[in-house]
Design a protein around this ligand. Structure first.
Ligand SMILES: [Zn+2]
Length: 411
């Protein structure tokens, strides 16, 4: 065995940060001054026993009753001897080990543990059971928020049906945090295709006011495929870029609505967020005329623009409804795809947007204001008002009422 000189070993020990090293194997999240994750060595299911301390540069598992420094952790996780763990870390941190000063040739590097996934495997899909087991939304904050909105009667009567059509789901995960347990509730927006094959699920946490819990406060896995990968890893302790990632598949949220009887000629309206697709379906209903779907993130139409492919194949008429910050990007998508039945509608964010909606308002915000305050719908957009009328409006609020009542056009 080659000897690595003490100076190099010290260099590697100085360079290796415990959070950085453990993150290569375990998904960590911040908890005060420490980080926590699921221990890869004992089939951990709950947060709380596996703590990483950047200050001490060690990780401790209270269930395994062991602590490891970066070198020790790499030895355990990769099944390496001490010198090989030093080599592993040296490579990670770009530290040169002069093996030539020894008389022996360096050992050939170990073959990788995992087999690569053949590229021609079909995408990973789940059966519809995955969805039907999670349809109980009694304690779901998003669902109760939707019911709490000021809908008109005919809209209210549609809510149950719409939520059922989209197969909105719910999942609760109980985490152990030291003494007490913590409950994480997620609304699940499934991505199901027209053959009822489940491609993925988007997990989101909501506040009671319908706003999303901010990313950093979220439980780390927001997609079903990464959740599955994570749970496999905590069972086996083997890090592998497994099929859940390699074969992860995505499709439009609501694509399966194509099977709704009578919707064969409906226009497909595509918005960015699942929330908007649901609100729009409740607000306007009538799946014979239009079906609302979501691409679940502004980048997904550009990066995964095969999301539209099934619709284009069927020759469906598609209209995109971008958020304000997505107008230019989605206009470029329309141009790039060059499909004759693909249009973009920017009215929601350009024509119907009012200053009271706020700079950051998206389609859902504008739509919600129109639903809750229908009296604002006919109002012409403030920015396009001529200056002298704006001034009149400031001096006398009745001018606004007049403009609304008489439907005056501000040219
Ligand atoms: Zn453990």
């Amino acid at each position: 065995m080659n000897r690595i000189d003490e100076l190099t070993i010290d260099k590697v020990r100085d360079a290796a940060g415990i959070v950085d090293v453990v993150s290569d194997f375990v998904q960590l999240r911040r908890s005060g001054k420490e980080y926590e994750g699921l221990c890869p060595f004992h089939g951990d299911k709950n947060l709380g026993s596996f703590k990483v301390s950047p200050a001490k540069n060690i990780v401790t598992c209270f269930s395994c009753q062991e602590s490891w420094d970066p070198v020790g952790f790499v030895m355990k996780a990769e099944g390496l001897t001490f010198p090989d763990a030093i080599r592993w870390l040296a490579k990670k941190y770009g530290i040169f080990i002069d093996e030539e000063q020894n008389r022996f040739k360096p050992k050939p590097s170990k073959p990788k543990k995992e087999l690569p996934i053949p590229p021609d495997l079909p995408p990973r899909l789940w059966s519809i059971d995955m969805v039907t087991k999670r349809l109980n939304t009694d304690s779901d904050l998003f669902v109760s928020w939707v019911y709490s909105l000021g809908w008109r009667l005919e809209q209210r009567q549609r809510i149950e049906n719409v939520l059922h059509n989209f197969l909105v789901g719910h999942s609760a995960i109980i985490c152990k945090r030291g003494e007490h347990t913590e409950r994480h509730d997620f609304t699940i927006f499934w991505q199901i295709d027209e053959q009822m094959q489940v491609h993925n699920g988007h997990l989101m946490k909501y506040h009671a006011n319908g706003h999303r819990v901010k990313e950093k406060e979220q439980y780390p896995q927001t997609w079903i495929h990464s959740r599955m990968k994570y749970s496999d890893f905590s069972k086996t302790g083997i890090r592998q870029f497994n099929e859940y990632t390699e074969r992860a598949s995505f499709c439009l949220f609501g694509l399966h609505q194509l099977s709704i009887p009578g919707s064969e000629n409906a226009t497909i309206n595509i918005v960015e967020s699942e929330k908007t697709a649901i609100l729009a379906s409740i607000a306007w209903g009538n799946p014979r005329k239009h079906l609302w779907m979501a691409c679940c993130g502004i980048g997904n139409l550009t990066n995964r623009n095969d999301m539209l492919r099934p619709l284009i194949k069927m020759g469906r008429r598609i209209v995109l409804y971008p958020d304000r910050d997505g107008v230019e990007k989605w206009k470029a998508v329309v141009k790039q795809i060059g499909y004759q039945h693909l249009d973009i509608n920017t009215d929601f964010v350009e024509k119907y947007w009012l200053e009271c909606d706020g700079e950051k308002a998206d389609v859902a915000d504008v739509m919600l204001r129109m639903i809750q305050h229908p009296e604002t719908v006919g109002r012409k957009p403030t920015p396009k008002m001529p200056e002298h009328i704006k001034q009149l409006m400031n001096e006398n609020p009745l001018v606004q009422v007049l403009i609304d009542k008489l439907d005056l056009v501000a040219e």
